[in-house]
Design a protein around this ligand. Structure first.
Ligand code: ZN
Length: 210
């Protein structure tokens, strides 16, 4: 499986591109910005975009979704509990002092227990609210990888002081949905370097059990 992490935009959101060599299909997760770079990476690997998946509706993760969808025709998956945040993309742009990007219809829900298939490989959807109410993580057992959005970072967790944030809920999400995954699972956070579940259990100052 091809996996490229492309940090995009002013806040360097980790956009993930996964490609299945046998079928030539791809998934793009969190196309926040720099859609031309994402399109170039798809072309380089000769991949056809099957779906766009949004871990949560903050502008740095979803800002380029409309542009990527119109360039490829791929449907956009997002948890419906973040629709209200997406409806306020203009306000989010205002917080960052950037122009409001175009927005699009969400085509399919990303709900707990669901999965998106890339070839025969399931990307399992885990609803992990706390950073936002509609935050999801994607667990790919075949790759032993977790796409964590802004829920879990190396040595940190997502901020909960923005609208829709809940500090107790994010801890519950991490302990109940993410820390039950294998210790060796690689975590690809929404920003910054990769880590593993085992490392964060042991060293993350927000999560160590005292
Ligand atoms: Zn965020």
């Amino acid at each position: 499986m091809i996996h490229e992490i492309i940090p995009v935009g002013m806040l360097q959101c980790n956009c993930s591109l996964f490609g299945e060599e046998t079928t030539g299909e791809a998934l793009v997760i969190d196309p926040g910005d720099q859609i031309d770079d994402i399109l170039r990476a798809l072309a380089k690997h000769r991949l056809r975009l099957k779906a766009i998946v949004i871990t949560h509706a903050h502008i740095d993760h979803i800002g380029g979704a409309a542009k990527l969808k119109s360039a490829t025709g791929a449907p956009v998956y997002m948890n419906a509990q973040d629709q209200d945040l997406y409806d306020h993309l203009g306000a989010q742009a205002g917080w960052l002092g950037v122009p409001e990007p175009e927005s699009t219809e969400i085509d399919a829900p990303a709900d707990e227990g669901g999965a998106i298939l890339l070839g025969e490989t399931p990307f399992h959807i885990l609803h992990t609210p706390g950073h936002t109410q509609g935050s999801i993580s994607l667990w790919i057992p075949a790759e032993n990888k977790l796409i964590a959005g802004d829920t879990l970072f190396r040595d940190s967790i997502g901020r909960t002081d923005l609208p829709g944030g809940d500090s107790r809920q994010i801890l519950r999400s991490i302990h109940s949905k993410l820390f039950t995954l294998p210790e060796a699972a690689v975590v690809v956070p929404g920003h910054g370097p990769n880590t593993t579940i085992g490392r964060e259990k042991e060293r993350n100052p927000f999560l160590r059990r005292i």
